[in-house]
Design a protein around this ligand. Structure first.
Ligand code: SF4
Length: 262
């Protein structure tokens, strides 16, 4: 097993069978892998901690992805969207708290036209030249991504959820397509963006995404509901520990994998 970890470190690649073998026997190399990961992390980032100001700009979405709390068919979701002024106000608060990266994230809300998004990005970059801006607003045509980049967006976050078309179709409404998702990812890669690879093949009750390499796990609505309830509970605990007096609903991230919206 250690050889597989070494190979992954050196070549950044394993075959499917090797991944399966690694996952099935991971307990045997957990410590070894963690030590390697720590060494690489410290080599790249040192002992510094980087924090990002995540601004959830809209909870409206035209899509209906099965795992998502703000999917359009969820009648219990609280809907809101932030104006440009409110977004800039969040940046002010974040900048004073020491954030130097802002992530504007939201559902696919057509209220925000390409020009509105580009204008917001320009305004943030103008005011905070030392800050990076990341967008996470879903699928757009090629020209829109290019416009955002030109306006100053440093990164675009779009998840590569699955490389399996059948599986993709189980997760998404029929108006979304696997081919379009792949086109978006290629566009973003060509623009030099970082793609966030997420394996949304099964979601446990902790809300943490678990990997099931052979798509064996059934996607059950109940699991997603539990995950969402767990996330809400966590949000309440986190909110209780802060003294932030924010006017609008704000997203709080819990570690790197869960996004919790109070
Ligand atoms: S496009 Fe994004 S925000 Fe909209 S329903 Fe799908 S996952 Fe949720």
């Amino acid at each position: 097993m250690k050889k597989l970890i070494d190979k992954l470190e050196k070549e950044h690649f394993l075959s499917k069978n090797e991944y399966v073998c690694l996952i099935e026997n991971f307990e045997n190399v957990r410590e070894y892998a963690a030590k390697k990961a720590r060494t690489i992390c410290e080599r790249v980032y040192g002992r510094d901690i980087y924090i990002r100001g995540l601004i959830e700009i809209s909870s409206f979405c035209r899509n209906d992805c099965i795992y998502c709390g703000i999917r359009r068919s969820n009648k219990n979701a609280q809907r809101y969207r932030l104006s440009k002024e409110e977004i800039l106000e969040c940046c002010d608060i974040g900048y004073n708290l020491g954030f130097r990266t802002f992530v504007l994230q939201g559902g696919e809300d057509k209220f925000y036209t390409d020009e509105i998004i580009a204008d917001i990005v320009r305004s943030i970059k103008k005011k905070y030249a030392d800050c990076a801006v990341t967008l996470s607003l879903g699928e757009f045509p090629t020209e829109s991504y290019a416009l955002f980049k030109k306006a100053g967006a440093d990164r675009y976050l779009l998840r590569h959820e699955t490389a399996d078309k059948t599986h993709y179709e189980k997760l998404h409404p029929k108006e979304m397509s696997f081919e379009n998702r792949m086109r978006c990812l290629r566009d973003l890669k060509n623009l030099g963006n970082i793609i966030n690879v997420a394996s949304a093949l099964g979601i446990g009750t902790t809300g943490q995404i678990e990997y099931d390499i052979d798509n064996k796990q059934q996607l059950e609505n109940e699991l997603y509901e539990n995950a969402y309830k767990e996330a809400l509970k966590k949000a309440q605990v986190i909110l209780g520990k802060t003294d932030l007096n924010l006017k609008n609903p704000v997203t709080i991230t819990d570690k790197s994998y869960g996004i919790i919206q109070p």
